[in-house]
Ligand binder design. Structure first.
Ligand SMILES: *Cc1c(COP(=O)(O)O)cnc(C)c1O
Length: 426
């Protein structure tokens, strides 16, 4: 459920008509709903209640910052008690800026630099998820040299097919992430006794936009077996991080598992583990809490097919369709009831700048407003300035009020960071 609904014939974000935001901020613009973010945060937490009950320990929910790193969005989730899963120094600073306590921050990622490891140590973050023995040794050495101790888990690669898009699948043997399960005991043993490191558990994340719980349950069963093996090896295992990945419905026909179904599965899969669990949801929290509001530039007659509805948003603002062939529902802000067949495209000089082909949509004319739905995750954060288009702004709605939470960065401001060197000046 989200708070982008028709009222008196016009699409609103909570109590704000989208046309008002378009007028005041311009288009294209990302619009987020605070109430939707909060609702999703609470539903996710409620879904985990059986887990909390079964384990007797409150799980840590660490929002995957990469899905929507806007500081205001992080602030909303921080106030809901969420921690943060970060994958770069930049995200770490954002999480702290939003007021997320350092001990609720988990640092994931296969390529953390020495500088980033150091930043995490300095800020005393709650957990590093280590992805290789090389990284583990570097972190241990860095911490020990300063008299510190890093809290860490070892990320394993369970080699399961998440049955999602190949570019967002992370848990197969051929993916770059984690330690292959067959080597996990050996690597864990190698790192466990290093000074500077408290290796206290394992982490897993098999992919994103999962519409089926079965691959997750398979992966968690492998984790459970590994935890038992590690304990048999004499290690103390107190923490397990189960990652993120729960999918969202991009179209009506998609029916992802609910957080309640997910929570019930997790409670079953982790029975008797006796560990502190961490979850790293991103998309399921932020996806349906945002839309990309756009204006039709013009409608161009097609060649053989339907007309091209050319909107002022493009693949640089919302990359998912070009990158993953992803579907985003597209709705008029003031639908009149008529429908049309259309190809929805942006202005960028690439055929890939296509949001939809041969799609039945609300009838639209030049100058009218529309939204791409489910754009709150992996939307603004993937934006680029390709075609010198500048960066799209972001707005957060709260009931009847709204605020610009990220300014539009115009193309000339980006150009201002460029220099023509002396040797090119005559
Ligand atoms: C991307 C990512 C997530 C979040 O995935 P969602 O599908 O958005 O829930 C969580 N953990 C890690 C390590 C990730 O890379």
């Amino acid at each position: 459920m989200d708070h982008f609904q028709l009222r008196n014939g016009e699409l609103h974000a909570e109590d704000v008509p989208l046309s008002r935001i378009a007028e005041e901020v311009g288009t294209p613009v990302y619009v987020y709903s605070r109430a939707t973010l909060e609702r999703h945060a609470r539903v996710f937490r409620e879904g985990l209640e059986p887990v909390a009950k079964a384990s007797g320990k409150e799980p840590l929910v660490a929002f995957a910052v990469k899905s929507n790193p806007n500081v205001a969005v992080l602030k909303v989730l921080s106030r809901e008690g969420f921690g943060a899963d970060v994958v770069s120094g930049g995200e770490l600073v954002r999480a702290l800026t939003a007021g997320i306590p350092a001990d609720k921050i988990v640092f994931s990622g296969v390529g953390k630099t020495r500088t980033e490891l150091q930043l995490g140590l300095e800020k005393k973050i709650g957990q590093f998820n280590i992805e290789s023995s090389e990284e583990g040794r570097e972190l241990a050495e860095l911490a020990a040299s300063q008299g510190l101790e890093a809290q860490a888990t070892l990320r394993i690669n369970p080699d399961v097919d998440a049955k999602t898009h190949e570019k967002i699948s992370t848990g197969r043997a051929e993916n770059k992430f984690g330690i292959p399960l067959v080597r996990a005991r050996e690597v864990f043993g190698e790192l466990a006794n290093l000074p500077g490191l408290n290796l206290r558990g394992v982490a897993v994340h098999i992919g994103s936009q999962l519409l089926d719980l079965e691959p997750l349950e398979t992966a968690f069963a492998k984790v459970g077996k590994l935890v038992a093996d590690l304990r048999a090896d004499g290690h103390t295992i107190t923490h397990v991080d189960l990652g993120g990945g729960l999918g969202v419905p991009y179209k009506a026909s998609e029916n992802p598992p609910s957080p309640a179904e997910y929570g019930a599965m997790v409670a079953r899969a982790t029975e008797g583990w006796d560990v502190h669990l961490t979850f790293e949801p991103g998309r399921v929290i932020a996806g349906n809490a945002g839309v990309l509001l756009t204006r039709v530039v013009r409608v161009k007659r097609g060649g053989n097919g339907p007309p091209f509805v050319i909107v002022d948003a493009a693949m640089n603002d919302l990359a998912r369709p070009a990158m993953y062939g992803a579907w985003h529902d597209f709705d008029a802000v003031v639908p009149v009831g008529d429908k049309m067949m259309a190809n929805i495209v942006g202005p960028i000089c690439e055929t890939g700048d296509t949001f939809a082909t041969d799609r039945e949509i609300d009838a639209l004319q030049s100058g009218e407003l529309a939204v791409f739905r489910t754009a709150g995750a992996y939307g603004a954060t993937m934006a680029s300035s390709y075609n010198s288009r500048g960066f799209v702004p972001e707005v957060l709605v709260d009931g009847e009020q709204f605020a610009v939470v990220a300014d539009r960065i115009p193309a000339d401001a980006i150009m201002d960071a460029e220099r023509v060197p002396d040797f090119l000046l005559d």
